[in-house]
Design a protein around this ligand. Structure first.
Ligand SMILES: [Zn+2]
Length: 395
């Protein structure tokens, strides 16, 4: 299984300058690739991937406006071409319906004042001992916070907006099989929390994270108050980047722990896909909340794969708040202010979020049992029928 291992790196001032140049060249090539594809598309011309690369790198280097592309490692430029190709393809596949899930938009041009990165494959870097050699940059000092499990196949060098640098290696890691257990859980996006499980557990957004998010809002307002192009604005922008990093790191750490716990405790985890459930929550959909939710799902998926557990996203929209998870009666939509109600048919008192999570569990379990072709692991006993939500009406 391929995973990423990330380390902080400490380039010297000279290396930072060279990195900045490499970032800049990769950004220009990436943007040029998008432009070349756009123009070809508008002109009705079909361009091959090699032709795009030839125009964006080889031909460009020969022109006075782009000759400086020759100063940086060409492997970084080739990777930028491939990144642009992938972004473009994802967009097309999403338009044509070939790519499932959330709609992918038109790839955006890369900008200067955001996180910068370059990807280097095997011929662009070497590891010897404690040192990381990057092509045309030299040996960079790495803070090895944990050992690499295997030889990396590629490295992405990242320059964050707060002036910290990282190396993110792609490595192969052996899978670890956890002993089987028969438990299953459904999770759903909570209204006030990050998620709610069918066991009734509320996974809250931690308080310290909310405090940091408020601080982030304040720092962002600070930037807009400073004059454009001023040194104070640049300073305020760096401060925003630093708070951003703290929020991001805290959220990621918390999501890792939550995902690990859910995967360890359960043989199967079911969740509602955000692009599907999002339809029902447009008014609520806070970008921050949604980002946290998809991050959690991504980590659960990754860890489930790593530990030999099941993770299943429910593919179609279920009116999870309209159905009683105890008896399956559908009693229509309820305004968001209704947090709890009593089912008219069976008299069960239902909590909005937990009810939704139980319906997710039932729908996921049904999907799984219906799936033919080896999806169901032998030796795994599904939970007994008659539990909450198993009366889901056949859709
Ligand atoms: Zn009921």
């Amino acid at each position: 299984m391929q995973v990423r291992y990330r380390y902080r790196i400490y380039p010297t001032p000279g290396q930072r300058q060279m990195l900045a140049r490499t970032f800049g060249c990769a950004r220009v090539v990436y943007n040029d690739c998008l432009r070349i594809r756009d123009e070809a598309y508008a002109a009705g011309e079909k361009v091959s991937d090699t032709e795009v690369q030839r125009r964006a790198i080889t031909l460009a280097k020969a022109t006075p406006e782009r000759e400086w592309l020759g100063e940086v490692a060409s492997v970084a430029l080739v990777q930028a071409c491939q990144d642009a190709r992938r972004a473009y393809r994802n967009w097309f596949d999403s338009l044509s319906g070939k790519r499932k899930g959330r709609k992918v938009g038109r790839p955006a041009f890369r900008r200067k004042h955001q996180r910068q990165s370059v990807r280097l494959t095997r011929n662009g870097f070497t590891l010897h001992g404690q040192r990381l050699y990057l092509a045309k940059i030299g040996d960079v000092r790495v803070e090895w916070s944990r050992p690499l499990p295997s030889a990396p196949s590629s490295v992405t060098v990242i320059g964050e907006a707060d002036c910290r640098y990282y190396a993110s290696f792609v490595v192969e890691r052996e899978l670890t099989q956890l002993p089987a257990n028969g438990r299953e859980v459904g999770i759903d996006v909570g209204l006030a929390s990050l998620a709610v499980t069918s066991d009734g557990e509320v996974i809250a957004n931690p308080r310290f994270l909310r405090a940091k998010e408020r601080k982030l809002g304040r720092a962002q307002r600070e930037v807009s108050r400073k004059a454009k192009g001023s040194a104070n604005r640049a300073k305020a922008r760096r401060r925003v980047a630093a708070v951003h990093r703290k929020v991001r790191e805290t959220r990621l750490d918390y999501a890792h722990k939550t995902a690990l716990r859910l995967v360890r405790d359960n043989q199967a985890v079911y969740a509602e896909d955000l692009c599907v459930s999002g339809l029902a929550r447009t008014k609520l959909a806070k970008a921050v909340h949604d980002a946290g939710w998809s991050q959690l799902l991504r980590l659960i998926e990754e860890k489930a794969q790593y530990y030999g557990r099941e993770f299943h996203k429910i593919g179609r929209w279920e009116p999870t708040s309209q159905m009683c998870s105890a008896c399956g009666t559908k009693d229509g939509p309820k305004p968001l202010s209704v947090r709890e109600w009593t089912c008219a048919a069976c008299g069960t008192v239902l909590d909005r979020d937990v009810n939704a999570a139980r319906n997710v569990l039932a729908a996921g379990r049904a999907d799984r049992l219906n799936a033919r072709g080896g999806d169901v692991r032998p030796g795994f006993v599904p939970a007994v029928a008659g539990e909450a939500g198993t009366h889901r009406s056949a859709a």
